[in-house]
Ligand binder design. Structure first.
Ligand code: MC0
Length: 141
């Protein structure tokens, strides 16, 4: 079902401060930035690896609102790893399989993700406390 690690989502207070740190530390480059109002985030995608099955990124996430998932996470836990996202070829069949096996889906149907991707979150309580995202990337991403 899973094809790759698509990205690791990291909650930060300020993209303006976090991006140069990641560029400096690892020589990564921001290849995409976007505000996702529904998710309440401003995000920057830093490319780690391009491969046959797609790309892998570090995703830096700054909250647009205090009452958003990342805003609440920062208030409770401070900056750090917010979620892991796995690539899938077909998110509809992946969600159907997880529903059949009884996982608690935050999104029962896919929603809009980074750069035109289709995404869905699985609740952390069934996966060892790790908020998990599935990503069906758009063509070319
Ligand atoms: C909350 N919890 C987490 C967590 N956020 N556990 C692990 N990782 C996280 N990121 C835990 C809390 O510690 C708490 O556990 C319980 O979940 C309820 O927390 P809450 O603060 O009351 O939060 P809820 O219940 O309102 O919401 C939690 C939930 C939410 C996971 C449903 O954060 C959500 O819908 N997340 C999916 C959307 C999302 O994260 N969007 C931002 C990234 P205890 O044990 O105290 O009960 S958007 C994104 O990344 C897009 C743009 C993309 O990649 O394309």
């Amino acid at each position: 079902m899973l094809t790759r690690i698509d990205h690791v989502g990291i909650a930060v207070v300020s993209l303006a401060e976090a991006i140069p740190r990641y560029e400096e530390a690892f020589g990564l480059k921001v290849v995409h930035q976007e505000d996702n109002d529904r998710q309440g985030v401003r995000e920057a995608m830093l490319l780690v690896h391009s491969g046959e099955v797609g790309n892998s990124y570090v995703q830096l996430l700054e909250p647009l609102r205090e009452d958003s998932p990342v805003g609440k996470f920062l208030a409770k836990r401070g900056p750090g790893i917010h979620h892991i996202a796995y690539g899938v070829a077909d998110i509809d069949s992946a969600l159907a399989a997880l529903t059949t096996t009884g996982f608690d889906l935050v999104n029962k149907t896919p929603v809009h993700g980074t750069a035109g991707s289709r995404i869905a979150f699985v609740h952390p309580k069934g996966l060892g406390g790790v908020l998990t995202e599935l990503v069906e990337a758009a063509e070319g991403h």
